[in-house]
Design a protein around this ligand. Structure first.
Ligand code: SIN
Length: 491
């Protein structure tokens, strides 16, 4: 151990080793759990395994800090968010490396995620100054009617392992901009990025108690404390629908404001008038980014019968060129899955599909690299009765399904409990409007695989969630509307 900072020798080479050591020292009494590199299985760091008591303490700190933080002017909060933004920008390369080490995604994707995460801080720093209320035309001569927007209070935030940086900033930045304080519980697989972001927030001068971090290997315990607390007035969660449902139930007793970004089952529809090159490139990006581990990953690729065979072959040969490897290695396009359970799930889904008649035309097995690596895979002849079409795959497997008519495509696309994003490729303008309006989802993407931005609303319908993140709507999730009726005014 480096006595000054409590850093074990193996951790010393890790980006932000000092911040990790300091966070551990701040919780010296707590047990620790180990964070591992999903590409190699190597131990990266030990982090505090905080429990119910520490979560309760974090809520107290957030409650005490709330009055002072909410009383700051919007301009002051904006300046502090900008300071945090600057420090992250300065250390973006270290943050990207840390992200790849703990999450596995290729370094180029990690670099893009850091920049993506930064856009939320910049956006909400600006939005902090635009939380306007209203003056409503009065219904009585002696009254004036106003609407005030006020911060919700203490926010509980639970973030996932697939975007360990950007999902933190997408919640913390709007909460702080609105004047809320926050208790953040990052995923147990990827707490290191959150520790680094937390350290930079403190370094930027964001007062202690405004952002509180609870790392843990027992997420259920912390979820129970956050949801049961009367002091936590809002919960924002990104993760599976299953856990979202549980948290929503747990929030019922204290009637919390809720934002839930849950699972998806994105259809990716290729119509017969699509630009085939663009559709193939789009399907690769929408399917294999982050090894298919995003809630907006193309989960079912629906192709019109007239172009099915041609698309399937071009897509298959593009998939065959994808390079699988450690995210830190130059040239890697597809990294490992997050853990052994994720590989087991993908294997199970592929096995079930094949048993029911699907054909493997590319990949279809664990990768020769072993561990958490799975081959980029293409399945054809997939039908709606196969398990792989009904749940999030969260892996590098592309199931291809065929359809004849637009009506059938829309029916297949909507035949799911999820409703986050739908992609489609087409040229005919009447078809484009018809399909875009008929798809049941929060986000429709035409002729592109990329769409996320700080300026646009991200969120789903049906069992994909409640609320929107990013955009001008994102701040509404962190404010309450207060109607102020001023009576007794003299004429
Ligand atoms: C997610 O998959 O949870 C987020 C993806 C995005 O923001 O683009």
């Amino acid at each position: 151990m480096n006595a000054a900072h409590g850093i074990a020798p193996a951790e010393a080479a890790l980006p932000f080793a000092e911040a990790i050591g300091q966070f551990r020292a701040a919780h010296a009494a707590a047990a620790t759990f180990t964070v591992r590199n999903p590409a190699t299985g190597a131990r990266l760091a030990d982090v505090p395994d905080l429990g119910r008591m520490e979560a309760g303490h974090a809520i107290d700190l957030a409650r005490k800090a709330f009055t002072g933080w909410a009383a700051r002017t919007a301009k002051e909060r904006c300046a502090l968010l900008r300071g945090w933004h600057r420090l992250i920008l300065d250390r973006q390369e270290e943050l990207a490396r840390l992200l790849t080490l703990e999450q596995g995604k290729p370094l180029a994707e990690a670099r893009a995620e850091i920049l993506y995460g930064l856009t939320f801080i910049e956006w909400f720093a600006e939005e902090a100054r635009r939380v306007y209320g209203d003056i409503i035309p009065t219904h009585a001569a002696d009254k004036r009617l106003l609407v005030l927007k006020q911060p919700v209070g203490v926010v509980g935030a639970i973030t996932p392992w697939n975007f360990p940086n950007a999902m933190v900033t997408r919640k913390v930045a709007p909460a702080l901009a609105a004047g809320c304080t926050i208790v953040l519980k990052p995923a147990e697989e990827t707490p290191l990025s959150a520790i680094a972001l937390h350290a930079l927030a403190l370094e930027a001068g964001i007062p202690a108690g405004v952002v509180n971090l609870v790392t843990t290997s027992r997420p259920g315990d912390i979820g129970e404390v956050l949801t049961a607390s009367h002091d936590v007035r809002k919960l924002s969660f990104t993760g599976s629908t299953e856990v979202g449902r549980l948290l929503m139930r747990q929030c019922a007793d204290t009637i919390k404001k809720l934002s839930l970004e849950l699972g998806g089952n994105a259809p990716f529809i290729v119509f017969d008038d699509a630009d085939m090159d663009a559709a193939v490139a789009g399907a690769i990006a929408a399917k294999f980014r982050n090894s298919g581990q995003t809630c907006v990953s193309a989960n079912r690729i629906l192709v019109q019968s007239r172009v099915y065979a041609a698309f399937a072959e071009r897509f298959r040969s593009a998939v065959a060129t994808l390079e699988v490897g450690d995210g830190m290695a130059p040239g890697t396009g597809v990294g490992p899955l997050i853990n052994a359970a994720a590989v087991d799930k993908v294997e199970r889904l592929v096995r079930d599909a094949v048993a029911r008649g699907a054909k493997i035309v590319q990949g279809g097995a664990r990768h020769a690299l072993g561990g958490n690596f799975y081959q980029p895979t293409v399945l054809t002849d997939v039908r709606p009765d196969m398990a792989i079409t009904g749940q999030e795959i969260f892996g590098p497997v592309a199931p291809l399904m065929v359809f004849d008519t637009d009506r059938e495509a829309i029916h297949l696309a909507n035949d799911t409990r999820y409703g986050l994003v739908s992609y489609f490729y087409a040229q005919d303008m009447s078809r484009i409007w018809r399909v875009a309006e008929a798809l049941e989802c929060g986000i429709v993407v035409l002729n592109s695989a990329t769409f996320s931005s700080e300026a646009t609303p991200f969120g789903g319908v049906k069992e994909s969630g409640i609320g929107r993140e990013g955009s001008k709507y994102g701040l509404d999730e962190y404010v309450e509307i207060k109607y102020f009726c001023m009576g007794g005014l003299q004429g």
